[in-house]
Ligand binder design. Sequence first.
Ligand SMILES: NC(=O)c1ccc[n+]([C@@H]2O[C@H](COP(=O)([O-])OP(=O)(O)OC[C@H]3O[C@@H](n4cnc5c(N)ncnc54)[C@H](OP(=O)(O)O)[C@@H]3O)[C@@H](O)[C@H]2O)c1
Length: 318
Amino acid sequence: MHDTAHDPSRRRLLRGVAAASAALALPAWARTDRPTAAAPITRAIPSSGERIPVVGLGTNAYGVATAEEKAPLREVLQRLARLDNSVVDTAPSYRNSEAVLGELIEELGVRPRFFLATKVTAPDGDVARGVEQMEASFRHLRTDVIDLMMVHNLNGAEAILPTLAEWKRAGRLRHIGITTSSDRQHAEAAALIRAYPLDVVQVNYSLDDREAESTVFPAAQARGTAVLLNVPLGGRRGSLFARVRDVPLPPWAAEFEAASWAQLFLKYSLGHPAVTAVLPGTTKLANLEDNLGAGRGALPDADARRRIEAFWDALPRA
Ligand SMILES: NC(=O)c1ccc[n+]([C@@H]2O[C@H](COP(=O)([O-])OP(=O)(O)OC[C@H]3O[C@@H](n4cnc5c(N)ncnc54)[C@H](OP(=O)(O)O)[C@@H]3O)[C@@H](O)[C@H]2O)c1
């Protein structure tokens, strides 16, 4: 008798058939890119082993209202869906960004292509308010399962983390974590990483903001916590681009295959061994393409990162 369960080649074949059928259920443009020499780099979330592309998407500017405003965002999501399991990061506080994402993702039929991440707060330890917020996130995102739920800016973290852990055990959340975008909270974030079994920490870090290297990163590395980076391009206020407006890209950027300033900035961060993925925010397809280029090819090693830092530190402030 042929026992499928114990025949690895047959199991592999069936898995291949299942994957091919799943891919065919998606619109043609949404099928995974064929692996090539320049395939997107992926890294594993240590606690689950799940792989995510190293360049995801921040959506704090996705809180829009009109069809004209939604059109470029649809293009961005459609392009990103060609990769498998990209992180799309949102929050209830980004105006109606969650609802816009839910609508566009449903319309494109690409929910399985994304690793959806959102956030929750429990102000003054009010867990009931956090629970209400999370229920609203499920409705707005039009999904039964959220891939990652993080406590936003550590607000009410100790109060609500046990609820997040419970919802994870129940299967409604797949990963849990915390976020901060303020250096002042890094010590507290590191303490939470040491105290709770968190899958992910999302933190501010870039060439111009390296504090997390000495606080959050070592705690995350010691505990096997994945590190996602917010404001990796300096954000809308402190943009890194302002400082290099009239500066040509140095020729040595080619050594780690950075073809633009955005790629140099993102590759710099991805070159740190603690970092799992960066979440640049963009509302434009051309900028997404540029950012995705940072997730392919070579990355700077420790020496190249030191050279980038020396170059950056010598530039006049914008
Ligand atoms: N505490 C927290 O939890 C927290 C705080 C802040 C942010 N976040 C998350 O992190 C994400 C990223 O942060 P952010 O969006 O504030 O800042 P960011 O990613 O550092 O920068 C976004 C800005 O850069 C521009 N940009 C993006 N790609 C570009 C490119 N290739 N070339 C030139 N300009 C480019 C964007 O403009 P266009 O839209 O025109 O491309 C936008 O103005 C947020 O969207 C959010 O999801 C979380």
